[in-house]
Ligand binder design. Structure first.
Ligand code: HEC
Length: 315
C-alpha cells in the first residue's frame, strides 16, 4: 500500500511520455507476448484451447479475437488486464512490465513476430531485466551524477542535469544506448575526458551500467515498477484493507464530522458501507456514486483487494 498522490501517478504510468510505439524495439510475439497469455490467461479452466469463457488465449489467432491491432485501449484483452472493475487475471494483476509489453506489442500492430533465441526487446546485455526509471535508474543517477557540484538542478555542470526524468531524457536517445550521451559517458575509456563519473568518484558498477543500457534500449520510459499485485490467498481486514482505509479515507471519514455522514473507522463501519453497495461504487468511480477518494483513484490492486475482501465474506 502506497500513499494517495503516488497512486494517481501509478494509475497513469502506462503512458509512454509521448514516445511513439514504433520507436521502441519491436516486441517479439513468440517469446515475449505469447508466454504471458499462455501462462496467465490460457490455463485450463480459464481461456484455454477449448475456448473457455469465449476466448482461447493459447495461440495467435485466439488472442487476436480480443485485440484491436494498433490500439491497446480498444483491445478487449488490454482493457481486461488494466480494468479496475473486472480485472484479469481475476486473482492476480499482471505486473506493469508485462502489461506494457502487451501494450507496446498491440500498438506496434499486434503482429505474429517471431525472433531468434536471443531476439527479445527486453533482453539486456547481462540477461533479461526490466528497468524502470523510478526504481532502477533515478537512484543511480541521484547518487552518482546528480550530486552537489556536478549534475544536480543547482549546479548542472556543462548544462547537464540528471536530477529529473525530463532533464535525463535530454541525454538519451530512447531505444539506442550507443548514441546516448549518458550511456557513452559511463562506458567511455576510464580517465578519458568523456568518462563519467570523473575521479575521485567511483565508476559505476557493471550492474548499474547494464541497467541503464536496458532502460535506454527499452525506450527510456518514465515508468514505475509496480510490485506485482498479490491478491492470492485470503484477504482480510487487518492485513490488507485497514491500511488502505487509513491512508486514503480516514482523513475525511474519521470520527469527527465524517464526510457524507459516513464513518470508516472500524472493520464493521467499512462492512456496513460495503453492504450498501456504495463502497465499491465509489471506489470504482461508477456513475450514480460519488467517486472516492474525490481527487484520485485507488490503484487497481487496492480496489481488487477490497472486492475480494467483500466476496470472501468480510474476514
Ligand atoms: C477529501 C475527503 C475525502 C476522502 C479522502 C474520501 N472521501 Fe468519501 N466522501 C467525501 C465526501 C465529502 C462525501 C460526501 C459526498 C457527497 O455526498 O457529495 C463522501 C462520500 C463517500 C461515500 C458515499 C458515496 C455515495 O455515492 O453516496 C462513500 C462510500 C465514501 N465516501 C467512501 C470513501 C472511501 C472508501 C474513501 C477512501 C478510499 C473515501 N471515501 C475518501 C470525502 C472524502
Amino acid at each position: 500500500m502506497i500513499g494517495g498522490g503516488f497512486m494517481l501517478f501509478m494509475a497513469s504510468s502506462c503512458k509512454h511520455e509521448g514516445i511513439p510505439a514504433d520507436q521502441f524495439p519491436e516486441v517479439c510475439f513468440q517469446t515475449e507476448v505469447l508466454p504471458i497469455f499462455q501462462n496467465s490467461c490460457g490455463t485450463t479452466g480459464c481461456h484455454s484451447s477449448g475456448g473457455g469463457h469465449g476466448y482461447n488465449f493459447t495461440d495467435y489467432s485466439g488472442i487476436m479475437k480480443a485485440i484491436t491491432a494498433g490500439n491497446a485501449d480498444k483491445s478487449k484483452a488490454y482493457q481486461a488486464i488494466t480494468s479496475t472493475f473486472q480485472l484479469m487475471p481475476p486473482n492476480n494483476a499482471l505486473p506493469i512490465d508485462k502489461r506494457t509489453t502487451i501494450r507496446l506489442w498491440i500498438e506496434q500492430g499486434a503482429k505474429e513476430t517471431t525472433c531468434g533465441s536471443t531476439g527479445s526487446a527486453v533482453t539486456t546485455k547481462s540477461g533479461t531485466l526490466w528497468a524502470c526509471y523510478d526504481r532502477d535508474i533515478q537512484p543511480i543517477l541521484m547518487s552518482s551524477c546528480a550530486v552537489s557540484g556536478c549534475h544536480n538542478a543547482t549546479t548542472h555542470k556543462d548544462g547537464v542535469d540528471f536530477s529529473s526524468y525530463a532533464k535525463t531524457l535530454e541525454r538519451i536517445k530512447p531505444g539506442n544506448p550507443g548514441t546516448s550521451p549518458l550511456y557513452n559517458s559511463i562506458t567511455a575509456k576510464q580517465n578519458s575526458d568523456n568518462f563519467m563519473p570523473p575521479a575521485p568518484y567511483s565508476p559505476l558498477s557493471k550492474a548499474a551500467i547494464d541497467t541503464i543500457y536496458s532502460w535506454i534500449k527499452r525506450g527510456g520510459l518514465n515508468e514505475e515498477c509496480a510490485s506485482p499485485c498479490d491478491t492470492t490467498g485470503a484477504i482480510n481486514y487487518t492485513s490488507h484493507i485497514q491500511s488502505i482505509i487509513e491512508l486514503d479515507c480516514v482523513s475525511c471519514h474519521g470520527a469527527n464530522n465524517p464526510s457524507g455522514g459516513i464513518k470508516l473507522l472500524t472493520a464493521s463501519d467499512v462492512q456496513t458501507v460495503a453492504k450498501s453497495g456504495k463502497l465499491l461504487g465509489a471506489l470504482n468511480r461508477k456513475s450514480g456514486y460519488k467517486a472516492m477518494p474525490p481527487d484520485y483513484a485507488l490503484s487497481t490492486c487496492d480496489v481488487r483487494q477490497v472486492e475480494l475482501w467483500i466476496n470472501q465474506g468480510y474476514n
